[in-house]
Design a protein around this ligand. Structure first.
Ligand code: AFP
Length: 320
């Protein structure tokens, strides 16, 4: 089902990583095609099971995971770790890379036709799976996402800025549109699930209250709020026009470290954001300085415009 044709311009992709990126893009084009057909392709949002921590697994979650795993097996990826699978898989005896993936992020938006995405992180492979993935996020050699939105976009960093590609559906090719994305240093927009306010920690509540106070408050400016419920869509908006996203730890059972996963969500998002001049922390500590203690470990996530993320950090320091 997955074409192995050249589907992305090679110019800014390190030569050794090109086959893996091309395979990821070829599957993404097929996934975009399935998503674009919506209900014509069956019940993509039907619950078909549960993943590691009991999160609902939708049909498209499982389908996308199978497509990515099949396309990467036998190539340069030795270890394949997925949100949809308990353990990392050995997909090649000699592959030089360890790839972690959230095959379909934003599943709760599948059946309401809202943008969803794929998030991936690549390390150099070590002998074992654990040592390949449970290491400082700064050791990633690539991180990025595919956004299945009104346009299908690939955003990726190899440690030399953050590039954006747009899919030309007619040609089934990703075309480079930005060589060096830049997150605006500040913005009026914040993104948080406000329904959790009563569960927030003191510094998070103080920061959001400051935004809600508008121009008479500590930020001296009026604010706006966005919450899509799809991490990739929030990231793309912030990369494009700035803002700050918060999924903090809160007092709900199981949410002590928030909801988002370090290895295949927070670490790659942190890489593309920081490589574009933004910041990404757990509220106080840079995400890229942290390492996961388990493949599916969660970590609080605050990222976006550098000045706004710094304000959140300052609030944590003050309230510590
Ligand atoms: P799903 O994949 O289960 O829809 O979760 C999406 C997500 O991990 C992330 O993409 C969103 O930012 C976040 O969850 C939304 O979480 P809430 O539903 O708690 O607001």
């Amino acid at each position: 089902m997955t074409t192995q044709a050249t589907v992305i311009a090679p110019d800014l992709i390190p030569e050794a990583l090109y086959p893996t990126l091309n395979a990821l893009c070829a599957v993404s084009i097929d996934v975009a095609g399935v998503i674009a057909r919506g209900a014509l392709g069956g019940a993509l949002a039907a619950q078909v099971g549960e993943n590691t921590d009991g999160d609902q697994q939708k049909a498209l979650d499982v389908m996308a995971d199978e497509m990515f795993e099949a396309a990467l097996r036998g190539g340069d990826v030795r270890w394949y770790a997925s949100e949809e699978q308990e353990e990392a898989l050995k997909t090649s005896e000699t592959g030089r890379y360890a790839l972690a993936i959230d095959p379909l992020d934003g599943s709760s938006n599948i059946d309401v036709n809202v943008s969803i995405g794929t998030i991936f992180s690549i390390f150099d492979a070590k002998e074992g799976a654990e040592e390949s993935f449970l290491r400082p996020a700064s050791e990633q050699i690539a991180g990025g996402y595919v956004l299945y939105g009104p346009a299908t976009c690939l955003v990726v960093s190899f440690g030399n800025g953050t590039q954006q590609y747009v899919l030309d559906p007619a040609k089934r090719e990703f075309v480079l549109v930005a060589e060096a994305m830049q997150v605006p240093t500040t913005s009026k927009e914040f993104a948080i699930n406000a329904s959790n306010e009563r569960h927030w920690t003191k510094p998070v509540k103080a920061y959001i209250d400051g935004c809600l106070a508008g121009k008479d408050g500590p930020t001296g400016m009026e604010h706006n709020m966005r919450w899509v419920g799809s991490l990739v869509a929030e990231t793309h908006r912030i990369l494009t026009r700035g803002g700050v996203f918060l999924y903090p730890g809160d007092s709900r059972p199981g949410y002590e470290n928030g909801r988002l996963r370090m290895v295949y969500e927070c670490a790659p998002i942190a890489m593309v954001i920081e490589q574009a001049g933004g910041k990404a922390t757990d509220g106080a500590t840079p995400i890229l300085e942290r390492q996961a203690d388990g493949l599916h470990a969660r970590v609080p996530l605050v990222f976006g415009s550098a000045e706004m993320v710094q304000q959140v950090t300052d609030q944590h320091v003050m309230d510590h």
